[in-house]
Write a protein that binds this ligand. Structure first.
Ligand SMILES: [Zn+2]
Length: 83
């Protein structure tokens, strides 16, 4: 008698799961692209400050391989983006 309800619940649970999986995949892809943008040594932007175009510095890249700004520009950026 309750079989119809069970099936409906199962379908709902499956579709919730499918939505969650799809969202996770989209978020994952966005993060991967953000990382790939700055952290691939083959990318011409790698190791270059995106603000001033100067070198970011090996030490800084070693500490933070995804750095996209040199220390000076990062400090300036953080001051203008306090949040
Ligand atoms: Zn810079």
């Amino acid at each position: 008698m309750s079989r119809g309800f069970r099936d409906a619940d199962t379908t709902q649970a499956l579709s919730d799961q499918a939505v969650a999986t799809a969202i996770e995949r989209i978020l994952d892809r966005g993060r991967d692209e953000a990382l790939a943008a700055a952290s691939s040594p083959e990318d011409p932007r790698y190791g270059r400050c995106q603000d001033c175009g100067g070198g970011i510095g090996e030490e800084r890249l070693e500490a933070l391989p995804t750095a996209i700004r040199c220390v000076r520009c990062q400090a300036a950026w953080e001051q203008s983006h306090p949040y």
